[in-house]
Write a protein that binds this ligand. Structure first.
Ligand code: SF4
Ligand code: SF4
Length: 82
């Protein structure tokens, strides 16, 4: 299966910007795809069993969690470095 980001213009890795990261709660996810449409980095992808986040490009903005109508995305704090 070929995985690719959906709608970003430059392949800039924004993962190091995060202070929070989204976790997909698979037991709540109904695979509607709304989060895929709203993610400004295009870093949520469909996988065989549902949706998955490529954290290399996730900047932790939280839009996916705000738009998910099933409350299937939880934002959790990244551990502090140093
Ligand atoms: S918006 Fe929520 S329910 Fe829909 S695919 Fe994304 S995580 Fe799953
Ligand atoms: S937190 Fe922002 S960048 Fe990361 S997957 Fe969600 S919408 Fe995309």
């Amino acid at each position: 299966m070929i995985r690719r980001r959906t709608h970003n213009f430059a392949a800039k890795e924004t993962g190091s910007w995060r202070t929070e990261k989204p976790l997909i709660l698979s037991d709540r996810c109904i695979q509607c795809g709304i989060c895929i449409e709203y993610c400004p980095e295009g870093t949520i992808i469909r996988d065989d069993g549902g949706v998955e986040i490529d954290y290399r490009f996730c900047k932790g903005c939280g839009i996916c969690g705000a738009e998910c109508k099933s409350q299937a995305i939880e934002m959790v704090r990244e551990p502090d470095e140093g």
